[in-house]
Each structure stands twice: as structure tokens, then as C-alpha cells.
Design a protein around this ligand. Structure first.
Ligand SMILES: [Zn+2]
Ligand SMILES: [Zn+2]
Length: 194
């Protein structure tokens, strides 16, 4: 099931989007320069946590916009959010809630100030992460028996995005490191797939 997905398509010209062409961010970008997109969890690499949170919350009540989702081709929701600390200017983005994917037209992402790195987690948050990981490790053992642990990981990540948005970045780190540690060389193709 994983690893065979077709490349996402540019919502404007339909070209295959290219992963990682824009620096260290794991973003999908159009080779013709029509913009770029990335997942909510990747968004924490570039945006402030509360910006990601605002985008996600705004998308809940947004109507469909002009673009089809690069991943699932259903209409994305057109979201208007204020950028910067005073909530202005307003920026218009497109979000697919099913794929947890955000699309930026050229220049839109630049409107967001380059954020300071996320603050270090508090002791309470670290405890919470440990608890989440303990649950996750347990589920992962079961899932190995079932063949596809990526599904579990994705469901788990979705749960965390929904309920603990601030922890996602840390968790990505913890989970994927954990995954890589465990995989050794038994199954490494596609380890980096979104
Ligand atoms: Zn394009
Ligand atoms: Zn979609």
C-alpha cells in the first residue's frame, strides 16, 4: 500500500510535484513555479506552532477554493489567516483536511515571518510525550504482526495533530528516529516518504 502512490499534481498546471526541491523543508513544489505545499506536520518546520494551529482551525469552517488537492484531487478549502503577530496581513491558503496538506501560491509562504525555533518542551510536555510514545510502542508491536506499521504511524500522527498540535514536531523526531533505529537494513526503501 505504501510506496506506490503517484506523485502529487500541481493544482494549477497538473505537473508532477517535486519533493524537497526547495531547501531543507520537505515541501512538494511545482517545477513550473506555481507554488509549493507540505503537510501539517512538516509545517512545524517552517511556521510557528500557533500559525499552523490557526491555519488548521480556520480550515474547519472554510469553503472550497479554486484548487484541487495535489494528493486526492478533491477541492481544497480556501483559508484566510492573518500572518505576523498582529494578525495582519491576511493570507489566503488552500488546505486539504483529509491529507492534512497546505498549498501556498508563489510568494505566499514568504509572507510568514521566519519563525524562531520552537521552544523547548516543558517537563509536563516531556512526560506527555513519554506516555504517548509508550502507547505507540505498544501498538507498533501489534501492528508488526499485521504487516503494515505505517498505517498505525499515520493514524497516530493524525491523532496527535488533532489533540496535541504543539507536540507534533518533537514527536516526528521521536517516531522517525525510533523507526529508523528499528528498521536496520531490513526495509529501508521509502523510509523517508511522507
Ligand atoms: Zn504548476
Ligand atoms: Zn487531499
Amino acid at each position: 500500500m505504501s510506496g506506490e502512490l503517484p506523485a502529487p499534481k500541481c493544482p494549477q498546471c497538473g505537473a508532477d510535484l517535486v519533493l524537497g526541491a526547495s531547501g531543507k523543508l520537505d515541501a512538494w513544489s511545482c517545477p513550473a513555479g506555481h507554488g509549493l505545499g507540505f503537510t501539517i506536520s512538516e509545517a512545524y518546520e517552517r511556521l510557528e506552532g500557533d500559525e499552523v494551529h490557526r491555519i488548521w482551525q480556520a480550515s474547519e469552517h472554510a469553503g472550497p477554493g479554486k484548487y484541487a488537492c495535489p494528493m486526492c484531487s478533491r477541492p481544497m478549502d480556501n483559508v484566510c489567516v492573518g500572518v505576523g503577530s498582529d494578525g495582519s496581513p491576511q493570507e489566503s491558503l488552500d488546505v486539504c483536511r483529509d491529507d492534512e496538506f497546505i498549498w501556498f501560491d508563489p510568494g505566499e509562504l514568504d509572507e510568514f515571518p521566519q519563525g524562531a525555533p520552537a521552544a523547548a518542551p516543558s517537563a509536563d510536555e516531556l512526560k506527555e510525550i513519554d506516555q504517548i510514545r509508550a502507547t505507540f510502542d505498544h501498538n507498533l508491536d501489534d501492528a508488526r504482526v499485521a504487516e503494515d506499521n505505517r498505517g498505525v504511524m499515520n493514524r497516530f500522527a493524525n491523532h496527535v495533530v488533532a489533540f496535541h498540535p504543539g507536540l507534533v514536531k518533537l514527536l516526528d523526531h521521536a517516531v522517525y528516529h525510533h523507526e529508523l533505529d528499528d528498521m536496520d537494513e531490513t526495509a529501508q526503501p521509502d523510509a523517508h516518504a511522507a
